[in-house]
Design a protein around this ligand. Structure first.
Ligand code: PEP
Ligand code: MG
Length: 592
């Protein structure tokens, strides 16, 4: 029976495919297809892993001390029985043989099927056996990871290609996907995804948009209602997921899919069109990237520079092994070289909130887990609490500046003391490079305006910074006190709030008066609904994920900034969000 699940639309377009259910704890397992001639070898990998776990558990059983709890031998018996049971082994092999899934993926797919069967059992005792299956699978995954010489389980993405898989497209359904894991899916096989939790401006949603695949988050019950292998439609425009759609609905969505492919091809042709408004104002369209390799997509999309390199993604999925100065330098230099003389704005790490590091920081260890991470030790606060690491990053960025135009961007600045400490750290990093005889070039220094206090005090900040970049994702979060990652308050996260609009307009005007550069690098810059409004406020520099550049360009090519500016005051005075958007959209300011 067909069902509809409603969530939040975070990344546009339509995806149609078979559901791959992945438990959140298993999201970081590798998902890739094995070549047909590797299927036997993959089954052998599985067999070896199973035998290793059987040997491990048998040894444990043989060595149990006499005073061990009496349940333990029985528990080990159950685990050994499960390992030998065909319901796990044969069905897992089936995923490898029929779908060409790699062993880890096959195991977690089968775990989902079994977990659901256990959940549906009436008998309490049997239902609780689900935990045993999970533990057994966990051991096998660890064994597979050990056998491939990795301390951590393999991550999704590596080697993922559609070349060997079946013809059917696959979509990911999970309770949650952390931003770091999303990054692994960038090169993965999935053509769309759905999560139970998350807000439209969570980092997970942002990475989905940067991948340009249809996505719905905050779909609450999705991972419970969707079954492994169900056909589903993800309507990323409406935020709806349709499970097991009737033929006629499927046909309608296939039509929409073809239509958006044509639209995309049409937009692609704008790539080399100069970004100039109807009244001749040149507009700078920059790209947001997460990894140096994304620079290619930025150039391809026609970006005239990188407006935001979220450097924290270099630090994720690393366990304790954080990138040292040389490794960071190489990453920044690669991005700079890839941009061929165009400016690259590297933001110092924005660790914290919904982008935690794998390892706890010294300060976190001292104070325990943060109670409210979005308001806690995040971004520049974190960097200043780890002065050695901060200087290491600054040195790496400075060294990259010998290879092209580099700008440093500091996230979440709020206090003048943070500004002074940052300037001192930068000076010290330069001195250290001088002493080591390592070359570096001139860099511009910018502050992100994402804390309301910084927006209100932008003029004071601009006495110390060359430019500012408005991070509207956090500015909205902190101004309206809405956790951007929490779907239960997502309906209140509204950039149309007049307070938000006034503060952005104030920031742009203040920077303009001081003759300093100002950009918007939050998601508002990527949303064509806001393009004319930001132009009306005087914004001339927009930074967004490369996939959005053509859409925003199309919008600005049709805009007349003088006419738009005249319409601005009434929107800023609107009573509430609805009135502001109705006022703006109703006054003809935003032609399609
Ligand atoms: C923002 O807050 O708008 C921003 C661009 O930074 P991030 O989304 O990485 O917090
Ligand atoms: Mg931010």
């Amino acid at each position: 029976m067909s069902i509809q699940i409603f969530g939040l639309a975070v990344s546009r377009g339509v995806a149609i495919g078979r559901a791959v259910l992945v438990a959140s704890s298993r999201v970081d397992v590798a998902h890739y297809f094995v070549a047909p001639d590797q299927v036997d070898a993959e089954i052998q990998r599985l067999r070896v892993a199973r035998d290793a776990v059987i040997a491990e558990l048998s040894a444990l059983q043989a060595e149990l001390p006499a005073d061990a709890p009496s349940e333990l031998p029985a528990l080990l018996d159950v685990h050994l029985m499960l390992l030998r049971d065909e319901m796990l082994a044969a069905a897992t092999r089936q995923w490898i043989v029929e779908r060409h899934y790699n062993a880890e993926w096959a195991l977690s797919a089968q775990l989902e099927v079994l977990a659901r069967q256990f959940d549906e059992m009436d008998d309490d005792y049997l239902r609780e056996r689900k935990a045993d299956v999970e533990q057994v699978v966990e051991r096998m995954l660890q064994s597979l990871a050990r056998a491939s010489g990795r301390a951590q389980p393999l991550r999704g993405g590596e080697g993922t290609t559609r070349d060997f898989g079946g013809e059917e497209p696959l979509v990911l359904v999970a309770s949650d996907v952390a931003p770091a894991d999303m990054l692994q899916f960038k090169r993965s096989v999935f053509t769309g995804f759905v999560t139970d939790v998350g807000g439209t401006h969570s980092h997970t949603a942002i990475v989905a948009r940067s991948m340009d695949i249809p996505a719905v988050v905050g779909a609450r019950e999705a991972s419970r209602l969707v079954r492994q292998d169900d056909w589903i439609v993800i309507d990323g425009d409406a935020g709806v997921v349709i499970v097991d759609p009737p033929a006629i609905v499927l046909e309608e969505y296939r039509f929409r899919q073809r239509h958006s492919e044509l639209e995309r091809a049409r937009l692609d042709r704008l790539r080399h069109t100069p970004a100039v408004t109807l009244d001749g104002q040149p507009i700078e369209l920059l790209a947001n990237i997460e990894m140096p390799a994304d620079a290619a997509a930025a150039l391809q999309a026609g970006a005239v520079g990188i407006g935001l390199f979220r450097s924290e993604f270099l630090f994720m999925n690393r366990g304790d092994d954080l990138p040292a100065e040389d490794e960071q330098f190489e990453a920044y230099r690669d991005a700079v070289l890839a941009m061929k003389g165009l400016p690259v704005t590297i933001r110092t790490v924005d660790i914290g909130a919904d982008k935690p590091l794998d390892r706890l920081t010294a300060a976190e260890l001292r104070h325990g887990q943060a109670l409210n991470p979005a308001l806690g030790l995040r971004a520049i606060r974190w960097s200043l609490s780890e002065p050695g690491m901060f200087r290491q990053q600054l040195r790496a960025i400075l060294r990259a500046s010998a290879f092209g135009r580099v700008r440093i961007l500091i996230p979440m600045v709020a206090h003048m003391s943070e500004v002074r400490a940052t300037l001192e750290a930068l000076e010290r990093a330069r001195r250290q490079l001088d002493e080591a005889g390592k070359p570096y070039g001139p860099v511009e220094l910018g502050a992100m305006i994402e804390v309301p206090a910084a927006a209100l005090r932008v003029e004071a900040l601009l006495r110390h910074f060359d430019f500012v970049s408005i991070g509207t994702n956090d500015l909205v979060q902190y101004l309206l006190a809405i956790d951007r990652a929490d779907e239960s308050v997502a309906h209140l996260y509204d950039p149309w709030h007049p307070a938000v609009l006034q503060l952005i307009a104030h920031t742009i005007a203040a920077a303009d008066r001081m003759g300093r550069g100002v950009a918007v690098c939050g998601e508002m810059a990527a949303d064509p609904a806001f393009t004319p409004l930001l132009l009306a406020m005087g914004l001339r520099s927009f930074s967004m994920h490369p996939s959005r550049i053509a859409t925003v360009k199309q919008k600005l090519l049709r805009a007349d900034t003088r006419r738009l500016a005249a319409l601005l005051p009434r929107v800023l005075e609107a009573e509430d969000c609805a009135a502001a958007s109705a006022q703006w959209l109703g006054n003809g300011a935003t032609p399609a």
